[in-house]
Structures are given as C-alpha cells and as structure tokens.
Design a protein around this ligand. Structure first.
Ligand code: C2E
Ligand code: CA
Ligand code: CA
Length: 692
C-alpha cells in the first residue's frame, strides 16, 4: 500500500514538475517572443531613415544596440533586393563560430533561406528567428533578420528552475510522502486492527472476543457488524453446546439403558456378554481360564407374592450388593432379568474349582443370614450353576448356557442355597427335556399317548374307583414316564393340552369303564397347578361333559397339595366351581406340601390322598405310622374321605383299613393298565378279595 502511495506521489510530483516545466517554457517562449518582436519592430523602425540615407556607419552603430541583449546571436540587414547591407554578430556567438570560415574567407553564419521564412517569429534549428520588413510596404527599404538563442537559454532556465525548485520540490515530496504514509497509516490501522482481530478469532475460536470500535468510520461500523455477528455466533455456539450436552446426556442415558439394569444398576446380559468375550480373549492369550456363575434366587416368586413387588425389588438390590462384596476386584456381576444374576470370575489359574468354589461358598454363606427388606427379615438363598471357559470351548454362549443348565440342576435338587458344577450329563438331560418339550404337539396328533387306569379299592377290596394316568410311548425314545414329561409339559406351557386330552379321553372311555367294572365308579383325573390358572379350563370341562353326556358325580379331579398352595385363592375358587358343577376333588400327595392345616377348612374338597412315601415306610417307621394315623383322623374330623396310594403289601392294606382308610390304591391290588387290559385288572382284584 505504501509502495503504491509512494509511486502515486512520485507520479504526481513528476507530472507536476513536467507541467511546471512546460508552463515555464510557454511563459519563456511568450516573453522571449514578445521581447524579440518588440525589439525587431523598434529596430526596423529605427533603421528606416538610416537605410534611406545609406548611412552604413549609423546602421552598424544601430545594430550594436543588440549587444545589450546577450541572447541575440546575430542580425542581418538586407536591402530591398535581399543584399546583405550590414551584419551584427554577438561576440560570444562569434567565439563559437571561430574556425567556421566560408569560401570568401569570412566567418560563415548558420544559413537561413530568409526568403522561405514568413514574416514574424519562428523557431528554427533551436534558435528563435525574427524576420521583419523595414519600412512600410509602400516605401519598403529592406529586411531585418534577428537570430536569437532559444533552446540553450531555455535549457539553462529549465535547469535553473529545476535546481532552484528541487529542494522545495523534494521537501514537498517528503511532506507528501510523510502525509501519504501518515494518512495511509491512520486510515489503514483500524483495518489492520480488524484484520488482526478476525485472525485471532479464527485461530482461537473464542467468540467472546469483541472488536474495539472507535469513531464513526466505515471500519468501526464494519467492526460493529462483526461484533453483532460474533454475538449471534456466540449465542448459536451456546445453543449448540446445550444441544451437544443434551445429546451427550441422551447418549449416556441410552447407553446406560442399553447396557445396565435399571433397578440394580448392574450390567445387563448384553454388556455381560461383551465383557465375557473380552475376558475370554485375554484368558486364551494368557492361558488362563474364566468362570461363570449363574445365580437364581430361591423362592423369589413367593417373596414377591407375599411381600409385594416393591419389597421384591428392594430384595434384588440388597442381594446385588450382597453378592458384589463377595467378589474380587475386576469380577463382573450382572443382572439378566427377574431374579437371575450372572457372575464372571476372570484371571482364573488351573485350579478353577478351588477359586470358584471359594467364591461360591462365600456367596452361599452371605445368604445364610436373613436380609432386611422394608422392616421384614427375609430369608433367601440362591441356586448357583458353575461353568468355565476351558470346558465350554471358550465360547461365551456355551459358558453361560452351561452355567444356566447347572443352575437348573441345583434348583431341581430340592435343596435351597446350593450350587452345581456343570457336567455333560446335565446338558444331555437338558437337551432331552427340550426334545420332549418340542414333541408334545406332534405326539398328541400321532396318538402316542394313552391312558392307563389303576383301580382304587374299598375296605372290602371291591373296585370303588379308578385313577387315570397318562402314558407316552414316544417315537423318538420309547416309553417316557409321566414323572419326567409332566414337569417338562408344565414348564413349557403344554400341560393344558395334555390335561384336555386326558379329560376328553376319560370322558370318552367312561361308559366302557362302567361296563368293565360292572357298575358306575368314580374315575380320577390328575390336573396340574397350571390348569387352575388357565381361564377357559372349566369351560372346556363343561363342554366335554355335555359332549360325552357324562355325570359329573363319576369324575374326581386330583390336584397336588403344592399346586393349590402356590395359588391358594385361585385354587379355592376353582375347586368351588368344579364342586358346584358336581365333580369331586381329591388333594393328591397329601403330607408332602408342608400345608397349613388351616387351609383345609377354607377349601372345598372331598378326599385326602395320603402320599405313597408314608405308606411305603409304614411297616418300619413309627413316625410314618403316626403321620398316616394323624391324616386319617384329620380327614375324619373334616368329614373327608381318605385314599392311601402306593399300597404294595397286605400288611399295609390291613393297617390302613384298620385305622379307617376308606380307599386303597397300589400295586398290591393292581398296576395301572390300558383300557383293553382293564377287565383283567378288575378280575385280578376280585381274586384278591376272594383270598383275603
Ligand atoms: P400320582 O398322581 O401320585 O400317581 C400315582 C403314581 O404312583 C403313578 O405313577 C402310579 O403308577 C404310581 N403307583 C401307583 N401305585 C403304586 C405302588 O404301589 N407303588 C409304586 N411305586 N408306585 C405306584 P405314574 O403313573 O408314573 O405317575 C406319576 C405321576 O405323574 C403322577 O403321580 C402324577 O403326578 C403324574 N401324572 C400321571 N398322569 C397324569 C395326568 O394325566 N395328568 C397330570 N397332570 N399328571 C399326571
Ligand atoms: Ca394322582
Ligand atoms: Ca399321588
């Protein structure tokens, strides 16, 4: 910018100087022309009488007047015929002509063809030439030529002017330069400040900065606009920061939701599996092992039902911290839903059992003490399954599945607060169970199920009833005991299909049974706790009743004591409904369900079936005798019938009859058999009664 300004100043100064010179030249020219013109006229006028008199001396004298004019080089006076009359050469000019002699031997003046020159003034060969007539046109005496130096004095004058004006011009130039720089500076410095300011914003991204606007110039107004823009950017920036923070919050919440259990804030299954995968890779690299424990609380459902869901939740939180403190740093505890927890023990050396079992024992011991939940002392426990990486091919899903299977074994062992180490046999059992669970529907369609009937006899060994027991001759592994497949059907939600099938079949068989037995007897059908919960179950029974035209008095439903204890209110309503329809109810496996005697007064039943475990030990166990006697007298007191099942000997039979048991059922009298063999069974019982 400064360079451009300097160039501009120089150009201006140059132009100014050039104009000055030009003007000076014009003035000079005008002045010299004026002077010479006047001089020429005066001289011509003065020469008129002298030429007329042909007074050469006077002419010469007159011409010598030119000596006063130092720039006049020479002058020539011609007569009318253009003959040179007299010549004047300035002494200084003469010096410059020295040596330039012509043919005549005289000094030769620079030639001018005077005749070609118009009258007046003209510039020729760097000299100012004046040519005028002497005397009026009517009395023309001659001509006067005056040659005046022009270019040389002009140059000298130019030079003198230049020299004299140079310091001033230089001073003015400097002043102008200074002023130019000064104005440039004062005008551009706000612009520089603004540029610097924008650069600092750009590099720092600090939008809190503001440009210091001074004055009312354009830069200040531009600065104000930039400040306004910065305010908007800053506001937007703050908004963006808020949005980003909100997004970050959302992301964290989503991450928390996706990876952690909301109740206990423990990792969930997804995160647990990710961590397990990481630990497996580490274990493989370091040739170590990992252990997974699968924990399921014992009777959590009971606690939830009795104390409420809030207490259940509080218990889960307590249990989570209870387990957590038993673990080592770096071990992972996750809640994978309901009352199920997973534990990952990593960095396990070869003696896996020792390490794992020590930790399990610590957990089990922690559950020994009751947990305080909402001012209640809750005694809980856990069934724990144990599996490890090496024995599960270091496959994360397999490790967890194996621990799950082991946990189920612990659960079905009947003991509470216990653990099981995974073994291949458990997996085989589990696979068999899932095979069974998947086969029900097709096996029902393929008629693989049938009913076996077992007689119940009265005190005189006559058939008073029959129990319908389901049988399954499966295509994939032959005969399967109901002891095995009924629990699987219950857990897989298929039990109601089986129960409905049995009801239909028994109702269908009923008339044939009466025919075989020779009279109308009561046929017992076993139903499950899950049937009670099935809303349309009673509707189905009623429908079948009508369809097969069955008298409900001929049908008894047997339900285990534990089934009604699980769901007392629902079971009580169910029994009541069935009894109102005319059916009778027997409480199966009585004595095994730790039932509270008070329940018996609140449910409508007809018969107590003493569980066969008491009958089996009747011969040798005084305690069992006492229990059997107690059950019989309790039934009597409640005006209920008593049936003893599992009667295998005459002694057992006699004992029971002696103590007032009305019905007996067991191998001593008959083994369950299909309908087509029932005749033999009934005949067999007749034979027994004849000989007893
Ligand atoms: P449960 O209802 O207690 O049936 C009696 C079980 O004892 C039957 O076994 C029967 O064959 C067996 N039993 C009868 N007398 C004797 C005896 O003197 N000695 C011995 N050791 N056992 C005897 P089963 O048929 O294997 O049935 C086992 C269990 O399966 C039944 O026990 C019952 O809980 C369930 N079950 C059988 N059929 C059905 C059914 O149709 N529906 C439902 N829900 N459960 C059924
Ligand atoms: Ca039964
Ligand atoms: Ca039973």
């Amino acid at each position: 910018m400064i360079v451009a300004t300097a160039l501009l100043v120089f150009a201006c100064s140059g132009s100014f100087l050039w104009l000055n010179m030009t003007e000076h030249e014009a003035i000079y020219k005008r002045t010299v022309f004026g002077h010479l013109d006047a001089l020429s006229r005066n001289m011509s006028d003065d020469l008129v009488p002298l030429i007329a008199d042909q007074d050469m001396l006077a002419i010469t004298t007159k011409l010598l007047d030119f000596e006063r004019y130092k720039n006049i080089q020479y002058s020539i006076v011609y007569d009318r015929e253009w003959n040179v009359m007299q010549t004047y050469v300035a002494p200084s000019f003469m010096t410059s002509l020295t040596g330039k002699t012509g043919k005549t031997g005289k000094v030769e003046l620079p030639p001018f063809n005077i005749k070609t020159i118009d009258a007046g003034l003209s510039i020729r060969k760097g000299s100012l030439v004046s040519y005028s007539t002497i005397g009026d046109q009517a009395f023309l005496q001659g001509y006067l030529l005056i040659v005046n130096q022009y270019r040389t004095p002009l140059n000298k004058s130019h030079y003198a002017l230049f020299v004299s004006s140079s310091p001033v011009a230089f001073f003015i130039l400097c002043c102008m330069m200074f002023l130019a720089v000064f104005f440039n500076r004062s005008m551009l410095s706000p612009l520089f400040r603004l540029t610097k300011f924008t650069e600092s914003i750009n590099s720092s991204t600090n939008y809190h900065l503001r440009f210091d606007c001074k004055g009312n110039d354009e830069i200040s107004s531009l600065g104000e606009k930039i400040n306004a823009m910065l305010s908007r950017i800053e506001a937007q920036d703050e908004k963006n920061a808020e949005y980003t923070a909100a997004l970050e919050d959302n992301k964290n919440t989503l991450e928390q939701m996706a990876n952690y259990d909301a109740l206990t804030e423990l990792p969930n299954r997804k995160l647990f599996m990710e961590l397990l995968r990481g630990e497996i890779s580490r274990a493989k690299r370091r040739s170590t092992n990992v252990i997974v424990l699968f924990l399921n609380l014992d009777d959590f459902k009971g606690i939830n039902d009795t104390l409420g869901h809030a207490a259940g939740d509080a218990l889960l939180i307590k249990v989570a911290s209870l387990i957590k403190v038993q673990l080592r740093e770096g071990d992972v505890l996750a809640r994978i839903g309901g009352d199920e927890f997973l534990v990952l023990l990593n960095d396990i050396p070869d003696d896996i059992l020792d390490v794992g079992i020590k930790i399990i024992e610590r957990i089990v011991r922690a559950f020994d003490l009751p947990v305080m939940v909402h001012d209640w002392e809750v005694q809980t426990g856990a069934s724990i399954g144990f599996s490890d990486g090496i024995n599960s091919n270091f496959d994360p899903d397999t490790i967890v599945r194996n621990a799950d299977i082991a946990m189920h074994h612990a659960k079905t062992s009947g003991r509470s607060n216990t653990f099981t180490v995974f073994q291949q046999q458990q997996l085989d059992d589990s696979l068999r169970k899932s095979r069974i669970a998947n086969a029900f529907t097709k096996s029902l369609l393929d008629n693989e199920f049938f009913i076996a009937y077992q007689s119940k006899v009265g005190v005189n060994a006559e058939v008073v009833g029959l129990e319908a027991l389901i049988r399954w001759d499966s295509h994939f592994c032959g005969f399967i005991s109901p002891m095995e497949f009924i629990p699987v059907a219950e857990r897989s939600g298929k039990i109601t299909h089986l129960s409905r099938w049995v009801i239909n079949k028994v109702f269908e068989d009923l008339s044939k049974i009466f025919e075989i037995v020779g009279k109308e007897v009561v046929v017992s059908i076993n139903i499950s706790a899950y049937d009670i919960k099935e809303p349309k179950f009673v509707e189905y029974i009623q429908h079948e009743l009508t369809l097969h035209d069955v008298d409900p008095k001929s049908i008894e439903f047997e339900i285990t004591e534990s089934a009604y204890l699980d769901n007392f209110e629902e079971a009580a309503n169910f029994f009541q409904t069935l009894r109102r329809l005319g059916f009778s109810i027997a409480l199966d496996d009585f004595g095994t369900g730790y039932s509270s005697m008070s329940y018996l007064t609140r449910i409508e039943i007809d018969t107590l079936k003493i569980d066969q475990q008491f009958i089996k030990r009747l011969d040798e166990s005084a305690k069992d005798q006492l229990i059997v006697e107690a059950i019989i007298s309790l039934a009597r007191g409640l005006e209920l019938d008593v049936c003893a099942e599992g009667v295998e000997t005459l002694e057992q039979s006699n004992y029971l009859v002696h103590h007032g048991c009305q019905q007996l059922q067991g191998y001593y009298y008959a083994r369950p058999c299909a309908l087509d063999k029932l005749k033999d069974q009934v005949n067999g019982i007749l034979d027994i009664s004849k000989f007893s």
